[in-house]
Design a protein around this ligand. Sequence first.
Ligand code: EPZ
Length: 427
Amino acid sequence: MENLLISGGTRLHGKVRIHGAKNAALPILAATLLAGGPVTLREIPELEDVRTMLDLLKHLGVKVKRLAPCRYRLDPVGFAGWDAPYELVRKMRASFLVLGPILSLHGRTRVSLPGGCAIGSRPIDLHLKGLQALGAEISMGYGFIEAKSKQLRGNHIFLDYPSVGATENLLMAASLARGETVIVGCAQEPEVVDLANFLNILGAKISGAGTDRITVKGVQALGGGVEYTIIPDRIEAGTYLAAAAAAGGNLQLTNVEPEHLRPTLAKLVEAGATIQETDRGLFVERDGPLNSFDITTLPYPGFPTDLQPIFTALASLSQGVSLIRETVFENRFRYVDELLRMGASIKVEGNVALVYGVSTLYGTRVKAHDLRGGAALVVAALAAQGTTTLTCLHHLDRGYADLELNLQRVGAKIQRVPAEDTGIVTA
Ligand code: EPZ
């Protein structure tokens, strides 16, 4: 067990290279099951969630080879596995993304129900309704979903909510379905576009990704023998941008796509930061006062729910009152209890948090309840007076590679220490 020790109050200055996007890498790794030959993926982030997905693919029979840091070769040819066991799906709900590929290839699959997590119940009804529209027979029992289909057939699917995972599962299932599928009301996230682009270089016929209407013309089989580079992680980038705005100073981010960060960049400018788009990426600086700002999280292209905790931490240090409305998940304010321990002044009522900015936060012992809530506490600790001990780092390790290394390189006083060294060992 390890904890993070963060001594706040140091301004940041330097360069951070952003990794490939976790939420693009996971569906693309699942999609390798559909390939007709080996594929090489670049910018795969070395994260716990990625290791879990690779374990699942190996369990299914995919040959996985790590060619270099962040570069993997996967050969799915001849994989015979058809079930995704509870111990893997429980660790990471994105394991559920193998459902569409296996069903369309093997005609049957059994995937453990992903269950809820710290931020909400995370249902899968939209995934299942869409697969049934493609002709799958779905049954549930004993904590598993079983899906069967001799041959998936294209259809018109209307998603009641632009679910990222449901859109991704259906894109993969429809790629080999007989006939044309039109998904209306689908997610428009850049990670969905990245998945569609990857499937298309394998030979799929997907158009409209990035809009609310995607058309998939089913093909007999997909090819292989391709290389693909995952897009930069906009949530990781937004986290470092918010860290610089909170702690003060400036950062130069490289391997970043500003186009994927429009609402985030607009909020940072509203908060008082300066943003410059350079040919190498993004430059952020904050020297003056922090202004309050309001946020409503929305599906893309709105403000991303994954940056809501991190920007609430930033708002807690601003001058004035900020209103944060979370519309995507039903329980994404658990981290606020920990911010209150640091001296923040925040009132949560339902899916709204009212943040009364304070001039100082104070380092203390805090606990990560989930991935982005943990990141919010790191941002707060970097700006706080005194030392913060952050426990339950396994949440952070799911979504941020080299976090303390990157922050150390730009001047932060942060280190990972064995839990016993800080006198705190949490269950
Ligand atoms: C993806 O989760 C991301 N994860 C999440 O990132 C992200 O927060 C989320 O999209 C929203 O942007 C990955 O891509 C691996 P959804 P996903 O299906 O696909 C409801 C992170 O921190 N819903 O778009 O699970 C659901 O309950 C993670 O990196 C249904 O009601 O998100 C939620 O309220 C956290 N029925 C809303 O839609 C369904 O069948 C958004 O869920 C599916 C979803």
